[in-house]
Design a protein around this ligand. Structure first.
Ligand code: SAH
Length: 219
């Protein structure tokens, strides 16, 4: 029997997002629309909309739907922004952002993941997403500044190049903490400095790069 994915998406929105307090109408609408099952491994098709992260190969994961929604809501997008994502992974978060912002720039350090995501997002018809293979902790100077930056891997601290690449009023959403657990953190840049808000505890794979964890740290 073929699963009714649109029904599963509506159920995910009701039971995982609305039930936990996600309110932004735009965010809820795109979660009813973007086909998460396209972004998971074939063997996981029937659990694509379940309430947990899933492996996507290369020891990486597509985040739990609620975490993707929460981070998206934290960015407070209006539709006009250029957004930078660090950690393309499957491309699911990039697709969600592309529905809510003007342009999405996404950086992934593992070439095979970047390649898969690029192909998939093109097949799904997204034309406002640019992906490159690089260490994203340095940001993407060519297209900076970005009104919103989202990091989908856990960092020991704010990577300074990312703070430099947001304008006044811009936001950086990033899990900050130790190797195994972090705090989802939103930094907003103001004239007088950074306003920092802790959102909740979270668990992400490590952000590996010049301005984050080094491979020797994570062993
Ligand atoms: N946003 C993804 C989930 C990403 S998992 C999705 O929607 O599926 C975290 C990703 O960050 C992994 O693919 C990992 O390879 C990548 N990553 C870790 N450190 C990185 C870095 N310095 N630059 C770019 N990508 C990085």
């Amino acid at each position: 029997m073929k699963a009714n994915f649109s029904e599963l998406r509506n159920k995910m929105v009701e039971e995982q997002l609305i039930a936990r307090g996600i309110k932004d109408p735009g965010t809820l609408e795109v979660f009813r629309k973007v086909p998460r099952h396209e972004f998971v491994q074939k063997k996981d098709l029937d659990i694509a909309y379940n309430d947990f992260p899933l492996a996507i190969g290369a020891a990486q994961t597509i985040s739990q739907p609620y975490m993707v929604a929460l981070m998206t809501e934290c960015l407070g997008l209006s539709g006009k922004e250029k957004v930078l994502e660090i950690g393309t992974g499957s491309g699911y978060q990039a697709a969600i952002l592309a529905e809510l912002a003007k342009e999405v720039y996404s950086i992934e350090r593992i070439p095979a993941l970047a390649e898969n995501a690029k192909k998939l997002l093109a097949r799904l018809g997204y034309q406002n997403i640019k992906i490159k293979v690089e260490d994203g902790t340095a940001g993407w100077t060519e297209y900076a500044p970005f009104e919103a930056i989202i990091v989908t891997a856990g960092a020991p601290d704010f990577p300074s190049p990312l703070l430099q690449q947001i304008p006044l009023g811009g936001k950086l959403v990033i899990p900050i903490g130790g190797r195994f657990t972090q705090t989802l953190t939103v930094a907003t840049k103001h004239k007088n400095g950074l306003e920092i808000k802790d959102i909740c505890g979270c668990v992400f794979v490590p952000l590996l790069g010049k301005h984050a964890w080094r491979e020797k740290d994570v062993g």
